[in-house]
Write a protein that binds this ligand. Structure first.
Ligand code: GDP
Ligand code: MN
Length: 391
């Protein structure tokens, strides 16, 4: 689960990391009020959306009067902010954060990420933070410095200090920077985060360190033990198809093609997406029905996949081990009875109780296209996508 920048900053502040003073606004009037409440002579009005790259897209605006803050907020509200990191449709702006502006001397980059290859957490930092970090990392990988964390002992103080030295910080800032890194690690671990990024971690003209932007993502499977974090969820920022499925305990990933996929298991899902692409088609989504799926669960899955209007063909690919093909087949037949299935359905069943499953489908008399192999099923699904209407 992702959260907004201002929420991430509240968390960092709780762990002792300095952040600018700021306030949230839901309207231009509130944004202008926030500038007077904060005092000072310059503020930054920042769109709160679950995506990075806001600065370049006009989502971060420096203002020098309450009137400018009003106008900046007014220009952002109700708009969908499209950034280099967002999906093409962008993310809707319903909240802005107004902060006292910071005088930046240097912009650093700091992150804690999962290093899946090493099966460890990794701390990454760069002396060249800010909006260009992706390009800089690609052009000069050497500019990134990092430390791998040994799970049994955690992120150690000497590692934090080494990192601070590697960033070329002056002696009087080393302890402070190391403190920020260690606090960030404590937040990451205590809150079951999967990503924590501070970019920029600014060195101010007064020599202070301040987290000017923050991103924290959490492990969905651990949210049950962090009710205060779960509360930070903002559905307006999520893919509506994915939230709908998640609320029903279904693992669903939205894509942008036109073939809906119902599959058991993530590995088989990947293989199926590949086979569809190989056959010249494009998947609209995939839904993993999991193991031991009941007919009721299959029916729910049908509903979830068909909610997406882009789906022009539905491909069901089940390789049943724990699952039972007869249950899946009954779920499919029930789906045709209970809901309107406006698209061709291609089904490939293999494994446990496959004969019974195929018999159920055959005897149902429903317009279901059966295929014997994954390859045949993918080809069949692609062939059944209607040609785009002539315009
Ligand atoms: P992002 O583009 O979504 O990563 O948004 P950021 O919050 O990182 O802002 C983008 C850039 O705006 C930063 O890298 C800074 O250069 C600049 N910026 C953000 N806040 C301030 C501020 O308080 N003062 C100044 N001078 N620049 C800021
Ligand atoms: Mn940033």
């Amino acid at each position: 689960m992702d959260i907004h920048e201002y929420q991430a900053k509240e968390i960092l502040a709780r762990f002792g990391i300095p952040v600018p003073r700021g306030g949230l606004a839901y309207s231009p009037e509130q944004a202008s009020y926030r500038t007077r409440e904060l005092g000072g002579a310059a503020w930054v009005v920042k769109a709160q959306v679950h995506t990075g790259g806001r600065g370049e897209a006009g989502g971060v605006r420096l203002c020098r009067s309450d009137r400018e803050a009003y106008d900046a907020a007014d220009a952002l509200f109700g708009r969908r902010l499209v950034t280099r990191q967002s999906a093409p449709a962008g993310k809707p702006v319903y909240r802005v954060y107004v902060e006292e502006a910071t005088d930046i001397a240097r912009e650093l980059y700091f992150a804690i990420v999962l290093d899946r290859g090493a099966e460890r957490l990794k701390v990454v930092a760069s002396a060249e933070g800010g909006t260009e970090i992706e390009e800089i990392a690609a052009e000069r990988p050497g500019s990134l410095t990092g430390a791998s964390i040994e799970q049994a002992v955690g992120f150690l103080e000497f590692q934090a200090r080494e990192l601070a030295f590697a960033l070329g910080l002056p002696a009087e800032q080393i302890a402070r920077a190391a403190g920020v890194f260690l606090s960030a690690y404590r937040a990451f671990r205590e809150l079951d985060a999967t990503l924590l990024e501070i970019n920029p971690l600014a060195v101010t003209t007064e020599g202070e360190l301040v987290a000017l932007d923050a991103k924290v993502s959490f492990d969905d499977n651990a949210l049950f033990r962090h009710p205060d974090i779960s509360e930070l969820r903002d559905r307006s920022q999520e893919d509506a198809r994915e939230s709908h499925a998640a609320d029903r305990g279904l693992a669903y990933v939205g894509l942008d093609g036109d073939i809906g996929c119902m599959i058991n298991g993530a590995g088989l899902a990947m293989a199926t997406l590949d086979m569809i692409e190989l056959a010249g088609g494009r998947p609209a989504n995939f839904l993993d029905i999991g193991g031991g799926a009941s007919p009721e669960r299959v029916l729910k899955a049908f509903r979830a996949v068909l909610r997406d209007d882009n789906v022009k063909v539905l491909l069901v690919n089940i390789f049943a081990g724990i699952n039972r093909c007869d249950w899946v087949a009954r779920g499919i037949v029930d789906a045709f009875k209970e809901i309107d299935v406006p698209v061709p359905v291609v089904v490939r069943l293999a494994g446990t109780h496959v004969d019974e499953g195929q018999r159920i489908l055959r005897e149902s008399g429903l317009p279901i296209h059966s295929a014997d192999s994954l390859k045949a099923a993918a080809a069949e699904a692609v062939a059944r996508v209607p040609a785009p209407a002539a315009s």
